[in-house]
Design a protein around this ligand. Structure first.
Ligand SMILES: *Cc1c(COP(=O)(O)O)cnc(C)c1O
Length: 401
């Protein structure tokens, strides 16, 4: 050994992304046929072009794969939240109409302009930034104006509409961009009787009229997300932006008619251990569940480190979440840990290695919506946060896995 290598540190390799082995214990199964089916059902019901929203890694289903399935099902457009997500869709080979709506000062707008991505502008400052990018790239940008009609989140507040539209028109005149769309977003579309819906739709119509007064003729007016697209035909305009319903989850629990949507995501694993409990035995951290009878419990090798909400077990109010073991729903018992939790098998035959379905579709399988209700949240959060150490596997089957 030569002197100069002695004591040298080991060479630094490329960063490893998988320091924890993934998918060893559990998997997320995404059924692409379900996504195609849901888009077909929605597209037929709604009757206007469908913009499939695949932000946040396709609501946890995998952005690129979900996007491809949505297109195959008949979605005319795709949308993502961020510029980076939209660029990732382009890199995956998607060349069709594509919208995004979230950027910061300093976000590189040259690449999205080059790539023909529709950028949303909320303000004159954003229009100026897009103009600079279009000038550098030497290409006409595609811009959709987003107005705030009462969500009070993103979008141009009403007091700035005239300035925004005037600047937009000026840029259209000098060839900087084409204003391809005008859009807004509902606050309460999952509550169809909420008075804010009428007010927002009225405000949107006022924005459209003002834009026209300013000489703008955007091709694509859109307001509705999944819930509004399904429940509020007057809000469909030229297109709808559907996310959650594309993935087969109910956009307005309690209000949506049965459309035959199929949840595309199934989360499953196997029992790692089964043990007997006597009355009085308490389970997991804090001993927050105590057996009141002899029973058996099974160990599920997943926890909040994998996106299982810790709140899925709680002493009340309302029941904790359930999983399916051997085709039967079984309640979670005791605190959810980082890597594991216990389910009550109620003394029925079950053994190590038996399949556990956390949620999915089909009879006797809890849905992401059931989990959301048990956790005091919405199904969006359940599917978007799940993951951690699980692998994702794609199937393409009319029958669920
Ligand atoms: C996420 C999002 C959507 C999709 O909403 P769903 O309720 O999932 O259909 C539509 N528009 C905007 C602006 C969004 O942020």
């Amino acid at each position: 050994m030569s002197d100069h290598t002695r004591g040298a540190s080991p060479p630094v390799g490329p960063p490893t992304t998988a320091s924890t082995p993934r998918g060893e214990l559990a998997e997320i199964v995404v059924n692409l046929a379900a996504i195609r089916h849901n888009v077909r059902v929605l597209r037929e019901l709604i009757g206007v072009p469908l913009i499939a929203v695949v932000k946040a890694d396709g609501y946890g289903h995998g952005m690129v794969e979900a996007a491809r399935a949505a297109r195959e099902g008949g979605a005319e457009w795709l949308a993502a939240a961020t510029v980076a997500e939209a660029l990732q869709l382009r890199e995956a080979g998607y060349a069709g109409p594509l919208l995004c709506w979230l950027m910061l000062p300093g976000t590189d707008l040259e690449r999205p302009v080059e790539e023909g991505i529709d950028l949303s502008a909320y303000s004159v400052a954003e229009l100026d930034a897009i103009a600079a990018a279009a000038e550098t790239v030497g290409r006409r940008a595609r811009v959709q104006l987003k107005v705030d009609t009462g969500l009070n989140r993103g979008g141009a507040p009403r007091s700035s509409w005239l300035d925004l539209f005037s600047r937009a028109r000026a840029g259209e005149r000098d060839g900087t961009w084409k204003i391809t769309g005008l859009w807004s977003h509902f606050a309460c579309s999952d509550e169809p009787a909420h008075p804010a819906n009428d007010r927002q739709e009225e405000a949107f119509r006022a924005a459209v009229a003002l834009a026209e007064d300013c000489g703008l003729r955007p091709e694509l007016l859109h307001l509705a997300n999944s819930a509004a697209a399904v429940l509020r035909p007057s809000s469909r305009f030229d297109a709808v932006r559907c996310g959650i319903a594309v993935f087969g989850l109910d956009p307005a629990p309690g209000s949506t008619p049965d459309l035959g949507l199929i949840p595309a995501m199934t989360v499953r694993t196997r029992l790692a251990l089964v043990k007997e409990l006597a009355p009085g035995d308490a389970v997991s951290y804090g001993h927050r569940w105590v057996a009141d009878r002899p029973t058996t419990v099974g160990l599920v090798p997943l926890g909040y480190g994998d996106g299982i909400p810790r709140h899925a077990f709680h002493p009340g109010p309302g029941p904790s979440a359930e999983v399916a073991v051997g085709g039967k729903r079984r309640p979670i018992r005791g605190t959810i840990c980082m890597d594991q939790f216990m389910v009550d098998l109620d003394g029925e035959p079950a053994g190590i290695g038996d399949e556990v379905v956390l949620f999915g579709s089909g009879p006797d399988v809890p849905t992401a919506q059931d989990w959301a209700e048990a956790c005091g949240t919405i199904s969006y959060e359940i599917v978007t946060r799940i993951g951690g150490r699980m692998t994702r596997r794609y199937v393409d089957s009319e029958a669920m896995p």
